[in-house]
Design a protein around this ligand. Structure first.
Ligand code: SF4
Length: 456
């Protein structure tokens, strides 16, 4: 069996499963957020009754992160609905925007978008917060009401996005009927060359198979090239499996995984026991291809979908109005450090927005010093509009007052993960996906730019 098949077999209590089998899977963690949480709660109450209790209050993780720093009252109210549910159910893991469990959330636009407006327990973007807060464990089943839940496949677990109806069912029962996907194997060899990041790897892969090339399939990344990647890089790759239609992404377990998970579960006091799945000798793949990372170049996905692959150096004629770094995919500390490496001591030429994925990223950027200056101040000195309000922000467009939203037709290069029309706001805007290096170099020139010339 492949890694994903082994996870399905274990979670369904069977000794063997095959692609296409429909099996009842026991869920280890269910995550929801402010956009889908209220709908999920509504389904749960409708189907199980107003007084029903969730199947396990320690396995439900609720992370408001999407439409948070907006004056839109309906968006603010969604956070309040989550808080009421958490209080009613005694749910243990709720990363609220405010500290008062009986309060209500109102974003105050008069304080501006840049300065922190959240309490001590807020965790930022769900997919980045889940591992950081110790909720991703090898060998487990993690379901979330968000398509990029597949990011947790970096941790050798089955993780996928589900709809509100399925999530409502999981809330009541702790299980779900799922079809075992076929597995595509992406065997990575070689080392990433200068100027090439994990984002380039996944943009290259999606360009190879198309934005529907992995529809309802598991994308298994293995080989020495995969083991050489750190967890942030693996997360970036796993995050975008859905951009090829993938059901999930999965990486093998190794010491890098163990060190990350053990540290985060210990720090947060979350469940520390887990059992990884190891690869079998007789894995059968529907697709099997080797990718030599040393041959890759800085890559871009052009408008209008993540499969429109081009090399950054071939796109120099594309003029830009905006650059954006942020999201679960591209808003990690390592992403900002890469970005800062390029813009350090220079000045961006176009509007450039920086949105850290989590409050911890804000702290790390503000406390990491390069020659006596914080990385945060280096980014600000380069002209990047940095907000402390970690969230999804303009990755998903959002209400009109969302930080960085494309409110008119424009060309934007971004470290986020999805570029279908209207994704970041105005439906006539064009969004180009790229690595933090490439976004940074392009911000400096105002057109799509190969970052290697800035990396010495
Ligand atoms: S940052 Fe973007 S991709 Fe990630 S969860 Fe938020 S909206 Fe989705």
């Amino acid at each position: 069996m492949t890694l994903t098949e082994k996870l399905f077999a274990r979670a369904s209590g069977k000794s063997n499963v095959n692609p296409g089998d429909n099996v009842w899977v026991k869920v280890d963690v269910l995550m929801t957020h402010d956009v889908c949480g209220p709908g999920t709660i509504g389904v749960f109450k409708r189907e199980f009754g107003n007084n029903a209790k969730v199947w396990d209050r320690e396995r439900v993780v609720i992370i408001p992160d999407h439409y948070i720093f907006t004056a839109d009252s309906k968006s603010n109210r969604n956070v309040d609905i989550l808080r009421d549910f958490v209080r009613e159910q005694g749910i243990k893991y709720f990363y609220d925007v405010i500290d008062d469990p009986n309060g209500s959330w109102h974003f105050d636009p008069s304080k501006g978008q840049l300065k922190r407006q959240f309490g001590s327990n807020f965790a930022g973007v769900c997919h980045t917060a889940l591992p950081a807060k110790g909720h991703t464990r090898p060998g487990e089943i993690l379901l979330g009401t968000d398509s990029h839940t597949c990011m947790a496949g970096a941790f050798n677990q089955f993780a996928t996005g589900i709809g509100n109806t399925d999530a409502g069912f999981v809330l009541g029962t702790g299980k779900l009927l799922l079809k075992v996907p076929e597995t595509m194997r992406f065997h990575l060899v070689g080392e990433l060359p200068k100027g090439v990041m994990a984002k380039d790897v996944i943009l290259h892969v999606i360009g190879d198979i198309g934005f529907d090339g992995a529809t309802y399939r598991a994308m298994q990344f293995d080989g020495p090239g995969a083991h050489a990647l750190n967890m942030d890089d693996r997360m970036t790759i796993a995050n975008m499996a859905i951009e090829a239609g993938g059901k999930n992404a999965i990486f093998e377990f190794d010491e890098t995984t163990r060190a990350y998970v053990d540290e985060r579960t210990k720090r947060n006091g979350t469940r520390a026991q887990y059992e990884p799945v190891e690869p079998d000798r007789d894995q059968k793949f529907i697709y099997d291809k080797t990718f030599d990372l040393s041959k890759l170049e800085p890559t871009v996905a052009k408008d209008p979908d993540p499969g429109q692959r081009a090399l950054a150096r071939e796109c120099a004629d594309i003029q830009l109005d905006r650059a954006y770094i942020g999201s679960c995919t591209g808003g990690k500390t390592s992403d900002f450090l890469a970005f800062a490496r390029v813009v350090n001591g220079k000045r961006v030429k176009i509007d450039t927005f920086g949105v850290p994925a989590t409050p911890d990223v804000v702290i790390e950027l503000q406390t990491t010093l390069w020659e006596g200056k914080s990385v945060w101040s280096i980014l600000e000195s380069a002209g990047v509009l940095m907000t402390e309000n970690a969230s999804c922000a303009a990755c998903l467009g959002g209400p009109a007052d969302t930080f960085g939203r494309l409110n008119r037709p424009m060309n934007c290069i971004t470290a986020t993960n999805r570029n279908f029309p209207g994704r970041m706001g105005h439906k006539e805007s064009k969004v180009f996906l790229a690595s933090p290096y490439t976004v940074a170099a392009s911000a400096l020139t105002g057109h799509i730019t190969d970052p290697r010339e800035y990396l010495g």
